[in-house]
Design a protein around this ligand. Structure first.
Ligand code: UDP
Length: 420
């Protein structure tokens, strides 16, 4: 297990993004947790939404006096093959969960518990990758409170994978989902909901004018292979079948018929724990190789993602299944309207006809119509953009998430130490 390093953050810097109630609650709960040690455990230090959240939540928790570590599992590629299959199974894929996969999973999770240094009063295990550590952790330190933070939509899970999750939940004190509906199939355990959030002060989300020198370079749209003066559609997402990059390409081709000169950017990272990325990237690259107006950009620095989300006329999030999609809040925060599918956490963020449009994932005609409608209407894009920023300001900024996490910990923590 590796300790992930994070840049220091101070809650004071968030003065304009926090209300009095949030500030009071954060300090009140932080005081009640001040003697405790907490760890968040996940499987990658960069790429994907969980790492994005922990990069802000962990230093801000420390800043208010809650001793918090971020631990990243050590795992070989074969483990990530298994956990990506588990992720896909939990999203509804019809795949088999073999004994060999279970063995790999058990071996690696147990090895990570063995490598865990020190003791913690509370441990938050993120997603299925680390859930398997729970039973060995509970045996080893029965006094530790365990939370499972599930970022995945379990509403259409493949039963074999759902059973696997259930079989690991016994030692868990509380499960936290991103939406209430995700936990419907999980019973006999305390559950809660925390909506994800974005950090307005990172190079990904702050105004371009506030970036440091290195960031300024990455944010110069003139340096990118597309023409910043022509209409631009963007999807920022891992190259993952559930993010439907080929569907995005199809929708783009339909838009191109009515909006000549429109361009498409698919920006995608390749996190360590997502072995499918390169395969899907190659598939999309082969499909789009002969179109000079489709650009696949990989592993952009945060300032580049920032600039592209701002430079886009419309951001797309054409997921078939989705946990939350931080990318939607990221775009809305930058006053870019979003056309998103009506799945997972997207409808929490996209208000149809107010800050973007919600569409059915398989209804490419409507996806293309909505994109064209927005591209043709500057005034509507401006209005939607303004509303989008307010949506995020009200509900999806990191101080609210820090408050929710500290509330959670102090709530489950009333039982610290839990098992006499
Ligand atoms: N991301 C990035 N570079 C990329 C693609 C994605 O930095 O090329 C970031 C994106 O900006 C967001 C996170 O990865 O902060 C993805 O989180 P989201 O909740 O949208 O999806 P997940 O990958 O967790 O399914």
């Amino acid at each position: 297990m590796q300790r992930a390093s994070t840049e220091d953050r101070s809650l004071e810097d968030y003065e304009s993004y926090i209300d009095d109630q949030q500030r009071r609650a954060i300090h009140e709960h932080a005081d009640s947790l001040s003697d405790l040690r907490v760890a968040h455990v996940n499987s990658t230090a960069s790429g994907g939404g969980v790492a994005e959240i922990l990069r802000a939540l962990v230093p801000l928790s420390n800043d208010v006096g809650v001793d918090t570590d971020w631990l990243v599992m050590d795992a070989p590629d074969e483990f990530f093959d298994v956990t990506k299959a588990v992720h896909n199974g939990l999203q509804g894929d019809e795949i088999e969960f073999t004994d060999a996969m279970r063995d790999t999973y058990r071996r690696v999770t147990e090895k990570n518990v063995a490598a865990l240094d020190g003791s913690y009063d509370g441990i938050v295990l993120h997603d299925p990758q680390s859930l398997g550590m729970a039973s060995t952790l509970a045996t080893r330190s029965p006094e530790t409170t365990l939370v499972w933070r599930c970022h995945i939509d379990l509403t259409a899970a493949n039963p074999a994978f759902l059973a696997f999750v259930r079989s690991n939940l016994d030692p868990i004190d509380r499960v936290i989902f991103s939406r209430t509906a995700y936990g419907r199939e999980i019973t006999g355990i305390e559950k809660g909901v925390i909506h994800p959030a974005i950090d307005p002060l990172t190079p990904k989300n702050r105004p371009l004018s506030a970036l440091s020198d290195g960031g300024t370079e990455a944010s110069d749209l003139e340096e990118y292979p597309f023409d910043p003066n022509r209409p631009l559609l963007v999807q920022v997402s891992r190259f993952d079948p559930w993010k439907d990059p080929l569907g995005v390409v199809e929708a783009y081709r339909a838009v191109e018929r009515s909006i000549p000169g429109v361009q498409l950017v698919l920006a995608g990272a390749m996190p360590d724990d997502d072995p499918e990325g390169i395969e899907i990237y190659r598939e999309v690259a082969a499909e789009t190789a002969d179109d000079p107006d489709i650009h696949l950009l990989t592993d952009l620095p945060d300032a580049g993602i920032n600039a592209i989300q701002r430079g886009a006329d419309v951001v797309l999030q054409k997921s078939l299944r989705e946990g939350f999609a931080l990318t939607v809040s990221e775009a809305l925060w930058k006053e870019t309207p979003v056309v998103g599918t009506d799945v997972g956490g997207i409808p929490l963020q996209v208000e149809d006809g107010a800050n973007g449009y919600l569409v059915e994932p398989r209804d490419l005609t409507t996806v293309a119509d909505r994109l064209a409608l927005l591209l043709e209407n500057d005034e509507q894009r401006r209005r939607f953009g303004e509303r989008g920023r307010e949506t995020v300001r009200e509900r999806f900024l990191i101080p609210r998430l820090v408050r929710d996490h500290l509330t959670l910990l102090s709530d489950v923590g009333t039982e610290f130490p839990r098992r006499e």
